[in-house]
Design a binder for this molecule. Structure first.
Ligand code: GDP
Ligand code: ZN
Length: 308
C-alpha cells in the first residue's frame, strides 16, 4: 500500500548535504538540491540529517530534523562534536607510507563502533607498495574489519569502493581520514569534479586560507536512477574520544572482547587488574601491542577529561 492509498499528508523532507550557519543544502526526494534556511537557532543540523522543510514566499524553511541514528562524534577540547548522521558505512581512509597511523585509525573505528556504524579500512596509494604494513593489515583483517587496497592514482580498487556505495542497504557513506592520504583524489574518482566545485558554502579559516572545514555531502550516481550520498568529512589530525565511556572503548577492540571472558573481574578494564586475560594475550603476542596501546591511549584521554 502506498502513501496515496493511506491518505497520509504529504510533507517535504530531504537529506542534509551541507550546513553553513543558518543555510543548508538539502537533497530533495526528486534528487534536486535546494538551499534552505534553518527556521530556529535551536535546531541543530548536521550532514546526513533528514530535514523537514516548507516553502514560504519563495524561501525554503527547515522546520524540523528527524531523530537520527548512527551519528559520528568526536571530542574537541572536551566538547562533543557531531560530524554526521545516518551514516550507513564509514570508510576510514589511510594510505601506504608515513600517513598510515594505527592510533588515528583505531580512534575512528572506535567512534564508529560506539554508534554501531559499520566501518571499512581503505588503504590508498597501494601503487607505492605495502612496505612494512602487511602485519598491521593482517591484524585488522583478523578482527573482521574489511580492508580495501586501492590506488586513486592508478584507478585500482575503485570498483570495490563503488560496490560498497551501490549496496542496497547503503544510502550514506562517509569518508574520514587525516589530510594527505588522498581522500580528495579518491572522492574525485567516485564523483568527478567533487573537490574542485566552486560556489559552495565553505568557510574561511582564521589563517585566511580557503579550506573546507565542514563535512559535505556529494552525490554519487552509479547505475541509472541510483543516487547515493558520499559525505566528505574534514581531515583531522587528532580524533578526540573523551566522550566515550569505558565500556564503549572496550567494545571497540574486538580481539579484546574475544578473550575478556577469561579476566578475573567481569568489569576488568585490562589495565591494572590482576589475572587479566587481555594483558596475558598481549604478552603472548596474541593481541598486537600497538592495538593495546591505542586502547590505553583512549582510556587515558577519557580519564584526563573526567578530571575537569
Ligand atoms: P587529501 O589531503 O587526503 O585530500 O589528499 P589529496 O587527494 O589531496 O592527495 C594528497 C597527495 O597524494 C597528492 O599529491 C596526490 O596526488 C597523492 N595521491 C593521491 N592518491 C594517490 C595514489 O593512489 N597514489 C599515490 N602515489 N599518490 C596519491
Ligand atoms: Zn582484563
Amino acid at each position: 500500500m502506498n502513501r496515496k492509498d493511506l491518505e497520509l499528508p504529504t510533507f517535504l523532507c530531504g537529506t542534509v548535504l551541507e550546513v553553513s550557519r543558518r543555510f543548508i543544502k538539502i537533497l530533495a526526494p526528486s534528487n534536486h538540491i535546494i538551499t534552505g534556511i534553518v527556521s530556529s537557532k535551536n535546531l541543530e543540523v548536521v550532514v546526513g540529517d533528514i530535514a523537514t522543510f516548507e516553502e514560504r514566499d519563495g524561501d525554503i524553511f527547515v522546520t524540523s530534523i528527524a531523530s537520527s541514528e548512527r551519528g559520528l562524534y568526536r571530542s574537541v577540547h572536551g566538547k562533543l562534536k557531531k560530524m554526521g548522521s545516518n551514516i550507513d558505512r564509514l570508510l576510514v581512509i589511510t594510505a601506504s607510507g608515513p600517513t598510515f597511523n594505527p592510533v588515528v585509525i583505531d580512534r575512528m573505528l572506535a567512534a564508529a563502533r560506539a554508534r554501531s556504524i559499520p566501518a571499512s579500512l581503505v588503504i590508498n596509494k597501494i601503487d607505492l607498495g605495502l612496505a612494512g604494513l602487511e602485519e598491521m593489515v593482517s591484524v585488522y583483517r583478523r578482527i573482521g574489519l574489511p580492508v580495501l587496497l586501492c590506488s586513486a592514482k592508478k584507478g585500482e580498487g575503485i570498483a570495490e569502493l563503488r560496490a560498497i556505495l551501490e549496496a542496497p542497504e547503503v544510502a550514506i557513506v562517509s569518508l574520514c581520514g587525516v589530510s594527505g592520504v588522498g581522500k580528495s583524489t579518491l572522492l574525485n574518482s567516485l564523483v568527478p569534479g567533487a573537490k574542485s566545485r566552486t560556489g559552495d558554502l565553505s568557510t574561511k579559516t582564521g589563517q585566511g586560507k580557503q579550506t573546507t572545514t565542514q563535512p559535505r555531502g556529494h552525490l554519487y550516481t552509479g547505475a541509472p536512477g541510483l543516487t547515493k550520498v558520499i559525505v566528505d568529512l574534514p581531515g583531522v589530525q587528532f580524533f578526540g574520544l573523551s566522550h566515550l565511556s569505558h565500556e564503549e572503548a572496550r567494545l571497540a577492540f574486538q580481539e579484546m572482547i574475544e578473550v575478556a571472558g577469561g579476566c578475573r573481574f567481569g568489569d576488568c578494564k585490562h589495565v591494572k587488574e590482576p589475572e587479566c586475560a587481555v594483558k596475558a594475550a598481549v604478552v603472548r603476542g596474541d593481541i598486537a601491542t600497538w592495538r593495546y596501546e591505542s586502547y590505553l591511549q583512549i582510556l587515558e584521554e577519557i580519564a584526563e577529561f573526567k578530571q575537569f
